[in-house]
Design a binder for this molecule. Structure first.
Ligand SMILES: Cc1cc2nc3c(=O)[nH]c(=O)nc-3n(C[C@H](O)[C@H](O)[C@H](O)COP(=O)(O)OP(=O)(O)OC[C@H]3O[C@@H](n4cnc5c(N)ncnc54)[C@H](O)[C@@H]3O)c2cc1C
Length: 490
């Protein structure tokens, strides 16, 4: 289309820019220079505000005007807007402020009435005698009551990153005022009752362990943009006691600008305090920990489709372990976690989010009995998957529709470190390969029995071969084995 725009003020220029952006051939006619000092658009300052007295239509247009200005700032790569807030005062019988308040209320735009004392404190330079009403507009469009306990106890991302807490979702819960990390660490923090009275959600997905009511999932907290906590919530609220809380989070989304982060954190054994004496007697180890974190977000289609993706790899290792059989392998726990999110806004009143998180943790050589050989090590494997599809639609200033589909899987299993490569057979006549008992499966090394000479003579070669050394002498009673059999074939 060919378009002709007459007049190069803010209206004409915006119109021409929008037409050109949509691919039309535009000619702009201006009688003077651009910008024209005689145009009413040209000056050092202009203000934009929500209150327009009873002119509610104006107030509504300002909502869209802000979106349009934001698009312009993004296009220019720089914003010329300085937010100052709006204060509206009325005196005498003038009801302009009252009419504005009604319009703001109807449009769902947050504002607050100011009392005389607060007004005096905030604007001491104004002569306030005769002021009958004052409102300040916080200029946020909201469908929720910001004074509710839910909102008042929400932690922002800034608050979270400013505090020295751990890296796990569980660690965030230590920040909730009035919540304590109970002695029963399995059940986790609680608000006075048991950790089982809590409800744990992540990106709107309930990750509470069914039947047990505990938090067993361990999603990374790096992707969290906001955490919401309701105390005295969850099940306990029915009994009107402060036993539990309900926690939920919102993950980060891509925006119109590219944002990324790469970080590597290291915490070696020397950086942490020694274990307390009581514990140190039972388990003494030197633990090194590191965390790798990458993320990137940005637009795929300007103002329409955004992506956010992250990779998280925490790794813990412990060294210097030994038992009656001597040196033991190092403990190692490595987790690889990926997260991807697409945010789609086909229109300004529709928002769609798709997200998927996949995390796999492999643990090796976790626990050894004091008389178990190095090959008996076991560990674990866990896989966590959280998927969400959610949509929200602002139908009007008073109605809102939302839909959610979630997927949650948290599979865990114990895992042997070493797998014996044998094929068991039950065929008649099959004999154990006594020369390689430690390769066949679990071997409990026998101990001599007083007075059983023949038995003792039979087991002594086994003890000499597979027993642990105590005072320079091979001793029975330990476990020497591959920790599992690879396959059972008849
Ligand atoms: C002092 C003052 C303060 C204001 N403060 C605010 C404020 O704080 N907030 C706010 O929202 N609004 C404010 N306004 C109103 C706002 O500035 C105007 O509504 C807005 O700038 C109008 O833009 P426009 O493009 O329609 O007109 P203009 O900016 O006046 O542009 C019209 C253009 O058309 C050109 N033109 C005219 N005739 C012809 C022709 N025949 N051929 C070719 N070109 C022609 C002119 O040279 C001019 O460049 C204020 C206005 C004034 C005067």
């Amino acid at each position: 289309m060919k378009a002709l725009v007459v007049g190069g003020g803010i209206m004409g220029l915006s119109c021409a820019a929008a037409l050109a952006r949509d691919g039309h051939a535009v000619t702009l006619l201006e009688r003077g220079p651009l910008p024209n000092a005689l145009a009413s658009s040209v000056d050092r300052h202009r203000l934009i505000r929500y209150p327009y007295g009873a002119l509610e239509g104006y107030t509504r247009m300002v909502l869209e005007a802000f979106d349009a200005w934001d698009r312009l700032w993004r296009h220019l790569g720089r914003s010329y807007y300085v937010e100052t807030g709006t204060l509206a005062l009325a005196s005498g019988a003038d009801d302009w402020v009252g009419a504005s308040r009604i319009a703001l209320e109807r449009c769902g735009i947050a504002h607050r009435r100011l009392g005389a004392a607060e007004l005096e404190a905030r604007v001491p330079m104004l002569e306030l005698a005769g002021v009958t009403e004052a409102i300040t507009v916080t200029a946020e469009v909201t469908l929720i009551d910001k004074d509710t306990a839910t909102i008042a106890s929400t932690l922002s991302n800034d608050q979270i990153v400013a505090l020295p807490v751990g890296q796990e979702y569980r660690d965030l819960q230590k920040l909730i005022p009035g919540v304590q990390y109970t002695q029963d660490s399995v059940r986790g923090p609680s608000a006075g009752g048991s950790g089982q009275d809590n409800v744990y959600q992540f990106d709107g997905v309930n990750v509470t362990l069914p039947l047990f009511g505990t938090l067993s999932a361990e999603p990374a907290s790096h992707d969290i943009a906001q955490v919401t906590v309701v105390k005295g919530g969850a099940r306990a609220i029915d009994f009107d006691r402060s036993g539990g809380f309900s926690i939920d989070s919102v993950s980060k989304s891509g925006t119109s600008q590219y944002h990324g982060q790469v970080s590597f954190q290291l915490q070696s054994d020397g950086m942490a305090a020694d274990l307390k004496a009581a514990n140190a007697a039972r388990s003494r180890f030197e633990q090194d920990r590191n965390w790798t974190n990458l993320n990137l977000g940005g637009p795929l289609l300007t103002d329409r489709l955004y992506f956010y993706g992250s990779y998280y790899r925490p790794q813990f290792s412990r060294e210097n372990r030994a038992n009656l059989y001597g040196e033991l392998p190092n403990y190692d726990s490595t987790r690889n976690e990926g997260f991807g999110k697409l945010t789609f806004t086909p229109s300004k009143s529709l928002l769609l989010n798709f997200s998927y998180r996949d995390s796999k943790r492999v643990e090796k050589s976790d626990l050894f009995a004091s008389n178990a050989s190095a090959t008996t090590g076991t560990g674990g494997e866990s896989r966590l998957r959280i998927g969400t599809v959610e949509g929200s639609w602002v139908i009007g200033s008073r109605s809102y529709a939302t839909a959610n589909y979630t997927h949650f899987a948290n599979e865990t299993q114990g895992r042997p470190d070493n797998i014996a490569n044998v094929t068991p057979s039950t065929a008649v006549g099959t004999r154990l390969d006594v020369a390689n008992l430690d390769r066949l499966g679990r071997l409990s090394v026998p101990v001599p029995v007083a007075g059983q000479t023949a038995y003792n003579a039979f087991v002594q070669p086994l003890i000499d071969r597979y027993g642990f050394l105590q005072g320079g002498v091979r001793t029975g009673g330990g476990t020497e084995t591959m920790s599992a059999v690879a396959q059972l074939v008849q």
